[in-house]
Design a protein around this ligand. Structure first.
Ligand code: GTP
Ligand code: MG
Length: 239
């Protein structure tokens, strides 16, 4: 640290520069601490042979419903575990437990996202659940929020961002970070397309403008339309 101006540069640096406000420095160091734990999580996943997928969306976009249908479809073929993130309640964990796979609920007590330390803790809790120590695929359902979860690496291999038809097609343009940092964009509830103004091509074009490598799919967990592409994607990431 520089004794002269108190910044992080060596003492002999040119002092003719602006200092980052303290709030930015604290934020940067919080993220650096999170990233270090995320790297440990990733190493843990790889040592255990687990593929980890982080699901991000606004509240109610259909994350848990998609997981319920996915478990129904893949149970017995792929060993699935789930870490649920919510501000309060274990309702989503109860829904997943009813499908017969290991699950833990992390409640954040107000925080709008999961962080890497919570996933580290969640993994150890999951290992104590029946079957939770031998998984092929771990889904992490993040807290319903399209903003904060995009900033926190959890050590996942894949990040999936979901937008449901009733939310409108402007979400990629308005919440770009979630789309820039994800590998897959899933448009959900397409059974509702006849009732909402949701030009799929517009949402897709905006997302691809932000992130040309994004894989885009559209599905309905309730009607099953488009579901095969999601299953194909999961089977591909498991290889
Ligand atoms: N029409 C229709 N409704 C759906 C579909 N998927 C989910 N829903 C409904 O949308 C509502 C919210 O679904 P959830 O799966 O709980 O959404 P979520 O993203 O997990 O919500 P949070 O965990 O609160 O962020 C429920 O009433 C679901 O039945 C779908 O494909 N079509
Ligand atoms: Mg949910």
């Amino acid at each position: 640290m520089c004794d002269s101006c108190g910044c992080d540069l060596p003492t002999d640096h040119d002092h003719n520069h602006e200092h980052a406000p303290e709030i930015i420095k604290v934020h940067q160091s919080l993220l650096a601490a999170n990233d270090a734990i995320a790297a440990e999580n990733k190493a843990h996943f790889e040592a255990m042979g687990i593929v980890a997928i982080n699901m991000i969306s606004s509240p109610g976009s259909g994350k848990t419903t998609l997981l319920e249908k996915t478990i129904e479809r893949l149970k017995g073929k792929i060993r699935i575990g789930v870490i649920e993130g919510d501000i309060e309640t274990d309702r989503d964990a109860q829904r997943i437990r009813a499908k017969g796979v290991p699950v833990v609920q992390m409640t954040t007590g107000g925080a709008c996202h999961l962080d890497a330390a919570q996933i580290h803790k969640g993994l150890h809790l999951l290992e104590k659940e029946p079957g939770g120590d031998k998984l092929d695929l771990l889904f992490i359902e993040n807290v319903g929020n399209l903003v904060c979860p995009a900033t926190f690496d959890l050590g996942e291999h894949q990040r999936v961002v979901l937008v449901s038809v009733p939310e409108g097609p402007d979400k990629p343009a308005k919440y770009p970070k979630a789309f820039i940092s994800s590998q897959i964009f899933v448009i959900t509830k397409i059974d509702l397309l006849p009732y909402f103004d949701f030009p799929v091509a517009e949402a897709k074009a905006d997302a691809l403008h932000l992130n040309p490598r994004l894989q885009v799919m559209a599905l309905s967990a309730t009607s099953g339309e488009g579901f095969e592409a999601w299953i194909d994607y999961l089977e591909a990431v498991m290889r």
